[in-house]
Structures are given as C-alpha cells and as structure tokens.
Design a protein around this ligand. Structure first.
Ligand code: ATP
Length: 411
C-alpha cells in the first residue's frame, strides 16, 4: 500500500508538479525542481502571499535582495558562530554554503549563500528609511531563495538544501510589540485558510524559553500534521532590537529611527513572520489531496483553492471526432485565453484526447476547478456546460460572458 506521501510524490512527478533535482544524473539530494504545473502553483502562491501581506498593507515595503552576502553580514547576524547542527563526537557543522568572490582565494573574499532572507531586510533598513520615509510601525517584505547545507535532507519538500522563503520584518516601538505580534498571528491564520492549508491539522506551539533564540521574548511555531509527524510549517518570532543593533555595531552605520513626534532616535523592535514556500506547497497538496467516488467511478482529486490552481479552466469538445464541435471548442478556448488576460487566460487548457470521463479525471487530479464542455446544444444555443471539480455538478452558461463568469468565480 502506498502511503499518502508516496501518492503525492508520484502524482507530483507524473503530472509535472515536482521533479527530483538533476534527475538524469541520478539526482542531487535535497534539491527538487518545479515542473510546468508546479511552477504555476508556486507563482500563484507567491502572488497570493504578496497580495495578502504586502499589497494589502500600505505600511509594507517590498524588497528583493541578493543571495550572495559577505562574511561580515553573517558575523553580525550570529550565523557564523551559531548556525550549526551537531555532528558526532562533539563537533558542530555550519549549515551555510560558503563560496569565494573573484579569482583569488582569500579569506577576505569569502561570501555565503544566504541561509535566511531576513538579513537582506536588515542591511537595507536604512535604504528603505531614506527612500520611502516610512513612519513606525512598518514592514519590509521579500520572497527569495535561501540555502542550507542540511545534514540529512528528507521528507520530499520538507527539508531541502535550497528553498524559497516568503517573509517580512515588521518594525515597531518596543512598547507595542505584543499588539503587533497578535495582529500578525491572526493574519497568519487568515493566510493558512486562504491558501488552502487544513486548519484542523495546523497547530500553534509556544516555543519555550530554553528553545528560543536568546534575544527572542516570544516565538510561536505553526506546526502542520505531515504524514511523517507534526513539524514546523511557519514561524512567528519577536526578535527585539537584536539584528539592527548588531548591524549598527558591526557596520558602524547609524541604523536608528528618527522619531518626529519625540525628536528622539532609537532602534525599532521587530516582529518576524516567516513562511517556507516548499513547506506551504507540501501542506497545500496534503490538504487538497482526496480520493472519492463520483458517478460510480473512483477518482483522485486535488481540492485546490482556484486562486492557486495551475489550470483554472479546461475546455473540451464533447467528442473529438466531430469537426464542428472541435472547431467550436477551439474557438471558445482561443477567445477565453485572450479575454481572460494574463490572470485567467494563461491558465486555460484545451483537451480532446480520450473520452470525456478520462479528461475530467485528468483535470481533477491536477486540481482544475472548472471544465467547460462544448456539446451539440452549444451549436444550437451558444451555451456550454460548466462542471464543478468537487461536486461534479454541471450548469449551463452562455458562451458570451464566460470570461467574466470565471473571473467572478476566482474572486
Ligand atoms: P527546522 O527546525 O525545521 O530546521 P528552522 O527552525 O531552522 O526549521 P527557520 O530558521 O525558522 O526554520 O526557517 C524559516 C522557515 O523556513 C521555516 O518555518 C520553514 O518553513 C522553512 N525552512 C527552514 N528550513 C527548511 C528546509 N531545510 N527546507 C525547506 N524549508 C525550510
């Protein structure tokens, strides 16, 4: 018997969501590549996150900082000293990937692939202050790659060596940290629901003092019930003023915030919600995966939120050997792609291979929320059937206004 995780790994490979990294050379442990459908899913999740946490908040500023950062950054952040896992025999192994800049191998040329994206926000704090002139509280957000030389990568997308993070640093006055910690905690739950992660399988863990970073007065891990155990999905940490203070000491640059109200200068405190993209995708797939019976036939389906589904609408002719039906279906497909614009249009598929039942199954398995079928009635009254993925229920809708209908359904 295949486990649920095995079923998802095999579906992901078979349908073009996720491939093992560098597979034709035997694979590279701890790397996975997103295929055509997985890349769409990942883009959709990143877009949804950016809309939810950045564009929806007027006090949030976007950033895209470099993966390569010099040794000094990691001295200041504490990663050079402390970002390690225990090996045997009392040794510790630093999880950062080290590299050299330029042709001459010298210690002063040492650089590291960032093991987290937060430091990009801290080293650009002054740049954002100077260019955007934000008032506290405000946040700096980014989505980007992080690299960790994990000793034992495992459990599909859960523990890998190269992954995307979606994260922001929210800068506040010290006296207000608890208020904003609560605010973002609620927003994280709203996100979990929106992206389609099963709330009942997600739990908060108050990280006890001994397990928290020494500078953090409070950390909550959001844990998800994966098939291999209840483990971290996201984190929410109060980091105090630790990072900006360290960078101010190490760089010699004044990173204080000038408060117009009091005329004073101080280092803001920070709330940090962090979201791993790979773990999000894994939790979304695990939450969406279902097996049921429809019309007496067993099927596998992904109950994805339509907003993140890689294909939103599949257009079919009822049969593939009637030229007028196929031509009409192709015309509707083409018009929908154009009318749907970049948001909907690119996420429309056409399929006339095999019988209609098989085509429905294929779309159910990749989470396509709607199938539009062109049948004989279409030729008479210019309406199509729209079938709902989860219920299998069908309605008829005029061809005219189909794009608006689907846009409305997407919300
Ligand atoms: P863990 O204890 O599982 O190693 P962590 O406490 O080191 O995680 P953070 O440093 O808080 O994790 O990293 C932020 C987020 O990055 C995590 O909440 C998780 O979503 C993601 N993440 C961390 N390490 C990995 C990894 N090796 N592979 C995939 N995602 C990861």
């Amino acid at each position: 018997m295949e486990t649920k995780l095995e079923k998802i790994v095999s579906l992901a490979k078979r349908r073009g969501f996720v491939f093992p990294g560098s597979e034709i050379y035997g694979g590279l442990a701890g790397t996975w590549d997103y295929g055509p459908l997985g890349a769409e899913l990942a883009h959709n999740i990143k877009d949804l996150w950016w809309n939810h946490f950045v564009r929806a908040h007027k006090d949030m500023y976007g950033l895209a900082s470099s993966v390569l950062m010099p040794e000094k950054v990691w001295e200041a952040s504490g990663h050079l000293e402390g970002f390690s896992d225990p090996l045997g025999e009392g040794q510790r192994f630093n999880l950062m990937f080290k590299t050299e800049i330029g042709a001459v191998q010298q210690e002063k040329n040492a650089a590291y692939l960032r093991p987290e994206i937060a430091q990009g926000m801290f080293v650009n704090f002054k740049n954002v202050l100077d260019t955007m002139r934000p008032a506290l509280p405000f946040g700096i957000a980014q989505i980007g790659k992080a690299f960790r030389n994990e000793i034992a990568p495992r459990d599909f997308l859960f523990r890998v060596r190269e992954f995307d993070l979606m994260e922001f640093e929210y800068f506040v006055r010290e006296a207000e940290w608890e208020k904003y910690f609560e605010f973002w905690r609620k927003e994280m739950w709203a996100w979990i629901e929106e992206v389609g992660i099963d709330k009942n399988k997600t739990h908060e863990l108050e990280v006890p003092e001994g397990d928290r970073a020494h500078y953090s007065k409070r950390t909550i891990d959001f844990e998800f019930e994966y098939p291999f155990g209840k483990k971290e999905l996201y984190g929410l940490a109060y980091r105090g003023d630790y990072d900006l203070k360290r960078h101010m000491e190490h760089s010699g640059v004044d990173l204080r915030y000038a408060d117009l109200a009091s005329g004073g200068k101080f280092i803001p405190h920070v709330i940090e919600p962090t979201f791993g993209l790979g773990r999000t995708i894994l939790a979304v797939l695990l939450s969406a995966y279902a097996e049921d019976e429809l019309g007496g036939e067993k099927r596998v389906l992904l109950k994805l939120n339509p907003k993140v589904a890689p294909v939103k609408v599949a257009v079919f002719p009822l049969v593939s050997n009637k030229e007028n039906l196929v031509a009409k279906a192709k015309e509707i497909y083409k018009n929908l792609r154009v009318a749907g614009g970049w948001k909907l249009g690119a996420a429309i598929a056409f399929d006339d291979i095999g019988n209609i039942g098989k085509r429905y199954r294929r779309q159910d398995e990749i989470g396509t929320p709607w199938c539009a079928t062109i049948d004989y009635q279409t030729l008479e009254d210019n309406t199509v059937t729209i079938r709902d993925r989860d219920t299998g229920k069908q309605i008829r809708h005029p061809v005219e206004g189909l794009d608006k209908y689907f846009e409305g359904m997407l919300g």
